[in-house]
Design a protein around this ligand. Sequence first.
Ligand code: ZN
Length: 336
Amino acid sequence: MIERLKELRGEAVAAFDGAASPQELEEARVRYLGRKSELNQASRGLKDLPEDERRAVGRAVNEIKNELAAHLTAATDRLEAAAGGAASSVDLTLPGRRPWVGGKHPITRTLERLESIFAGLGFEVATGPHIEDDFHNFEALNIPPDHPARDMHDTFYIDGDRLLRTHTSPVQIRTMKSRKPPVRIIAPGRVYRNETPDASHGSEFYQLEGLYVDRGVRFGELMGVLTKFLGELYGEAIAVRFRPGFFPFTEPSTEVDIECRICHGRGCPVCKNTGWVELLGAGMVDPRVFEAVGYDPDVYTGYAFGLGVDRIHMMMCGVNDIRLYHENDLRFLRQV
Ligand SMILES: [Zn+2]
């Protein structure tokens, strides 16, 4: 009797441990632990055994029942983990969690947009050094040492003659010195000013300047190109205003405003309550600049313009503080 019980125990353990599905396990449970199982029958037949045998068989039956119950529980857990584990790691009812990927800085995107528009208008991109000398940043642009314009262009000096460029105009000088007209370039890049930062001024910002020099270039072409450019950028309906201005390196000069896109003309801190925002400075290249780079001012004329890239993006997205672009706060950068 004891021998048969040990045999049963071996079979049952193998069946429980080897069960590959809940159905198989349930069949094994019924066969070895069910009401009609051999083990249960042995349990019920105990009372018919002689007393000494009854004690030994009863103990064996109980031990085997306990052992098989443990194997059954383990097998049940194993099968549930196999089936349920896969299901619980993918809950199809949850909203998706998109992995966060980096993106381009809004200034970079704006530069690319501007470059693309001007490429369509026939301009090529030119670049130059950020550390400039006095000649390229000031003198060649008709800003001698005692010129009042130097007050507006205070910058950071490396040593007596070298400084961080205050505009990208030196790139125009370098380009004109290195080739003959026609020249049709844009010069985008970072520039520096020794300014006290406020909502519309930073000590670092981005500029994009343009230059077109050839025979017979006229002021009307400048107005046409800039109006076309602003229409591409902000939509054809944008209000554009040209008003007289002064720059040392252009004559005549104009400032180009667009309607303030933050307050739509009602007045706000960004537009200083005028309803207009100055976006560009422009004009016909001063003959003295041509002389400085070796072009004959009696043969060639040209126009130049410059704009602040940060400000362009501010007006596109309604951002009211230029300092946000350089603080690198992702809560801001992810929005714009
Ligand atoms: Zn405004």
